[in-house]
Design a binder for this molecule. Structure first.
Ligand code: WTA
Length: 637
């Protein structure tokens, strides 16, 4: 498979970019014509950012899995689609060719059908990183069910909230998941969630860890038994369901500045075109390359650059079950060496954590297969960039710093490996089709170069979110109200003298902890659930490895008197309500919070104190009780 729309030099990029702005419809229609459509679209684009509505390729009919699987079978049926590396390096790896993956997806479609799943139903997937996770995702897409994958680090309560929000009646899970030296009892977490979700009709459970589980009669079935039933039926075919380009493909929950995570909705046609286009161009994928994206499929990066982008491009995608530091900190490099990985795509937090182990784990590992390195999820600091460049890329692999979001579906601002210029810590230039705009606080567009402001996008691209599930007003409010007529990203950004973009981090109340998005309001709500807590305020602070750490100021009236026990109780509460990923790194007990006379918490002050600033806290005279600032400063952890 070759990619007629792959850009191979800087001039071509400039030409493509210009065309994408002058004639976006013609530009995307050209690219879309290289995919398999059951019926071609009638209209390329309809859009309105004021009263938010976007539709791409209306009238077009397709199924994304025909593009990810069926269309490759002729020429590439025996080519590896997925290479799976298990958590334990002693366990055997697995390779699924396109033909095998196709067969397994078709089989699992029949399992879903036998269990009552229909087109349009929401299916929650809560699994570890095993090939069956990709199979489950693709089977949903093939039959037109809407998948909602939930990362394994979320708690039962978080799952229950998401199941309610999406009204998901089906769940696919594993008995457990291996992560490093830990075993995560996934099914047992699901059982806790389902106590609150009586509307769930079926749970399909894959055997992975053999952790004991309780299987409830009538509701819970084993994946393996259901596959056997399909085999007994003679493995019937399952032709892909014909989907409208604008039919929802999946929901993925993500945190915003309000307490409740939003269900970001992506649709089949536009998402497919854009993830494929950015996959092929950003990483400069060449047929036969091994692409290793280390993200979890529970996040958007895994959806777009382990599953849909690579598979729609007929690529070989490596799926890794474990973690970078187990059995030792050389795990990534062993995998690169073992499979001769060509493209490695990971998060700055992983790089920083591995840096801490020194060069020992890198020594002796053959990394010469690597051609392209990538990062995603958070700003990369110069030190980590240099370490990655020198010790992993050996100075000869371009690093793509890809900026994007759950809501954008695919990569938005990034250099293209070896094709467009790169600059450490800069995402650099927008992808074709992406029109970034920097705004000042008053909504005035900042023209010219060497300016900093809030990053907005002024024109739709094919994989922009369509809505937030069940609440379109929330979508409008969240993304299209701060700067009317523009999509607001929530990120701050600098445009340098060459017009290169550097993302400086969130400007709203969203934290980025180890590349995971967490809303401060969400963490506060969880802390406030603890019986001894009166009130709390959560801010981020710079953390050497995680990028940002979670700093909580808590007014506590617990009777324990033992602060360290109280801290543990609060931490456990957050784990129960959200999940271990949202645990505060620091908890400072305070007698009050800096509030204005109208009762608003002055987070700016709290943020500065958490960052270690003692002077320049800004104007504190409008505070109800300016004295509290001194107390908080003195008690800083
Ligand atoms: C941040 C992850 C700097 C940003 C794909 C964004 C980045 C949020 C970068 C989205 C990058 C992502 N440089 N910051 N290359 N990539 N971000 O939804 O703040 O999990 O808004 O999507 O991560 O996180 P999300």
């Amino acid at each position: 498979m070759s990619y007629p729309y792959q850009i191979t030099n800087y001039d071509q990029y400039k030409t493509a970019y210009k065309k994408s702005v002058d004639d976006p419809e013609g530009f995307w229609a050209d690219i879309a014509s290289h995919f398999y459509w059951r019926k071609r679209w009638d209209k390329v684009l309809e859009w309105d950012f004021s009263d938010y509505n976007v539709k791409w390729f209306q009238g077009g009919k397709l199924n994304i899995t025909e593009n990810c699987l069926d269309r490759h079978l002729g020429m590439m049926g025996n080519k590896p689609a997925i290479i799976w590396e298990p958590n334990d390096p002693e366990e055997h790896h697995r390779i699924l060719t396109y033909r095998e993956l196709h067969t397994k997806v078709v089989q699992f479609c029949n399992v879903l059908k036998n269990n009552g799943v229909k087109k349009g139903d929401r299916v929650c997937i809560y699994m570890g990183m095993v090939p069956e996770l990709a199979i489950a995702v693709l089977a949903c897409a093939r039959m037109g069910a809407i998948h909602s994958v939930i990362f394994g680090g979320f708690s039962a309560q978080s799952i229950a909230d998401r199941l309610w929000d999406a009204n998901a009646e089906y769940v696919i899970t594993c008995d457990g998941a291996f992560r490093g030296n830990k075993e995560i009892p996934l099914k047992s977490v699901i059982d806790d969630a389902l106590i609150q979700c009586r509307f769930v009709k079926k749970t399909i459970v894959l055997t992975r860890t053999r952790t004991p589980v309780s299987m409830i009669k009538g509701r819970d079935v084993w994946w393996e038994d259901e596959i056997k039933k399909v085999e007994t039926m003679g493995n019937p075919d399952f032709p892909a369901e014909e989907m409208d380009a604008e039919d929802p493909l999946f929901i993925l929950y993500t945190s915003g500045s309000t307490g409740k995570p939003k269900g970001v909705v992506h649709t089949a046609g536009g998402y497919m075109i854009y993830t494929n286009y950015t996959f092929v161009n950003t990483f400069q994928y060449q047929p036969g390359d091994i692409h290793f994206c280390t993200a979890d499929i529970g996040w958007i990066t895994g959806h777009s650059y382990i599953v849909y982008g690579p598979l729609s491009a007929g690529a070989t995608s490596l799926l890794f079950e474990g973690i970078p530091t187990w059995p030792d900190a050389g795990r990534f490099w062993d995998i690169v060496d073992k499979y001769k990985v060509n493209v490695l795509y990971t998060a700055p937090t992983a790089i920083r954590s591995l840096m801490g182990f020194g060069l020992g784990p890198v020594h002796g590992k053959h990394l010469d297969s690597l051609k392209v390195l990538g990062t995603v999820g958070e700003p990369i600091n110069e030190e980590a960039w240099n370490w990655y460049n020198e010790n992993i890329g050996k100075g000869r692999c371009p690093i793509v710093d890809t900026w994007w979001q759950t809501e954008t579906g695919g990569c938005m601002i990034s250099n293209m490996a070896g094709v467009t210029p790169s600059k450490p810590t800069y995402a650099t230039l927008p992808m074709p089709g992406i029109q970034p705009v920097l705004m000042d606080e008053n909504g005035k567009i900042l023209e010219g170069n060497d300016v900093s402001g809030n990053l907005c996008i002024k024109f739709p691209w094919p994989s922009i979110l369509r809505t937030t599930y069940g609440d379109h007003d929330r979508c409008k409010q969240n993304y299209f109200s701060a700067y009317p007529g523009y999509y607001f990203t929530g990120d701050g950004c600098h445009r340098d003298e060459h017009g290169f973009y550097r993302i400086t981090g969130r400007v709203d109340d969203v934290l980025n902890v180890s590349g995971h998005r967490i809303g401060t309001a969400e963490v506060e709500n969880a802390i406030n659930m603890h019986a001894g807590v009166v009130e709390s305020a959560v801010v981020g602070y710079p953390h050497d490895i995680k990028g940002q750490g979670i700093y909580a100021y808590v007014i506590y009236t617990g009777t324990h008197g033992d602060e360290s026990l109280a801290r543990q109780d609060i931490t456990l509460t957050v784990s129960r309500i959200i999940g271990p990923i949202a645990k505060p790194d620091r908890i400072q007990f305070v007698s009050g919070l800096p509030k204005t006379r109208s009762g608003k918490i002055m987070r700016r002050i709290l943020r500065k104190i958490a960052e270690g600033e003692t002077e320049n806290l800004g104007d504190t005279s409008t505070l109800l009780d300016p004295g509290i600032v001194e107390e908080i400063k003195n008690g800083k952890l």
